[in-house]
Design a protein. Structure first.
Length: 302
């Protein structure tokens, strides 16, 4: 982990990167990036915009979203950057966003929005906040956009997970943290583990279409989220952290490289497929993955 997730790891791994992989014209491409006003999402949205994509920043706060939209427009010179205010943890807001979206197709969907709350927080309908933000909202959004994703010729859906998920097994017990003392780091890791399983399951849903689905982890990048949520970790590792752009590199590579990376459903880091498990007791059964899918379907269906 040390020497790999950090900046040194990026420097080492980048020696085998092909610069031409990101040298892609995205004219005509329609991309949505959730949580695009900060950190990795902002870096991703900027890099898509500078290559000519039409980019929709899906942000929960209007003021922060507008500031990001204006900054990306002026930094990239692109006028094709727009803002939609949507809190992805709020399933009604996700439904309203999908309904209002005027696009007939979506070519890139980046599920980046994320957070690590210290206290247990619930959404208005009673879902625990990390579960709603990392799992239910993106699951519902993918389902609502399904026909518009399938309408396009080369589509990439990227779930921005975390290396923190390596520490936990997939668990569906007590999703709302009603029977345990809340542990934000664990809630974060568990929902990031769920994202990896869901990306794999969504890839199977899309078999026979031109939609590829990936999960990835960015390593450790210095972002406003890390500074705010993990101040001790940030103090200890500050000099070792990647930049937000380096954290976004594999998101972009998955979204940009001409031939869609294989396998769809895989878990990637630094432009390579990686193992989903570093610890033997974290390996889940196919039945557990299927149960996650069924729970997500049930919780997002009215
Ligand atoms: N940085 C790292 O080292 C690292 C490592 C592993 C994984 N990640 C993952 O990378 C992604 C980006 O994180 P980051 O480090 O760039 O953190 P960040 O700077 O805090 O960015 C997170 C973004 O997500 C947005 N967001 C949070 N909840 C949302 C919601 N309900 N609806 C819409 N947007 C929401 C935030 O909006 P606000 O500004 O309004 O809060 C912010 O724009 C996250 O999924 C995170 O888990 C990061």
């Amino acid at each position: 982990v040390i020497g790999s997730f950090d900046r040194l790891g990026f420097e080492r791994h980048r020696r085998r990167f092909r610069a031409a992989d990101l040298d892609v014209d995205l004219g005509g491409v329609h991309a949505i990036v959730t949580g695009a006003n900060s950190g990795i999402g902002y870096a991703t949205a900027s890099a898509l915009a500078v290559r000519g994509a039409r980019v929709l920043l899906a942000c929960r706060d209007g003021g922060r979203g507008e500031a990001a939209r204006d900054a990306i427009r002026s930094q990239t010179g692109s006028s094709l950057v727009d803002l939609a205010v949507v809190d992805v943890s709020d399933l009604e807001a996700v439904r309203a966003f999908a309904e209002a979206l005027g696009w007939s197709r979506v070519d890139r969907l980046i599920h980046n929005a994320g957070l690590l709350p210290r206290e247990r927080m619930l959404t208005p309908v009673g879902h625990e906040l990390t579960f709603a933000t990392h799992v239910l909202g993106p699951h519902l959004l993918t389902r609502l956009l399904r026909s518009r994703l399938e309408a396009s010729a080369d589509v990439r859906v990227v779930w921005v997970s975390s290396g923190g998920m390596y520490t936990v097994a997939l668990s569906l017990d007590d999703l709302a943290w009603e029977r345990r003392t809340y542990d934000g780091v664990r809630a974060y890791a568990q929902t990031k583990r769920m994202q990896v399983a869901l990306a794999e399951r969504w890839a199977r849903e899309f078999v026979g279409t031109r939609v590829s689905v990936y999960a990835m982890h960015p390593g450790w990048a210095e972002t406003p989220g890390v500074i705010r949520s993990l101040p001790r970790f940030h103090r200890l590792t500050a000099r070792l952290l990647r930049t937000a752009e380096q954290g976004a590199d594999t998101v972009l590579w998955l979204a940009l490289v001409r031939e869609a990376p294989s396998p769809s459903g895989g878990f990637f880091f630094d432009r390579e497929e990686r193992t989903r498990y570093l610890l033997p007791w974290t390996v889940e059964t196919p039945a557990a993955r299927e149960e996650l899918w069924q729970r997500c379907e049930a919780l997002t269906t009215r």
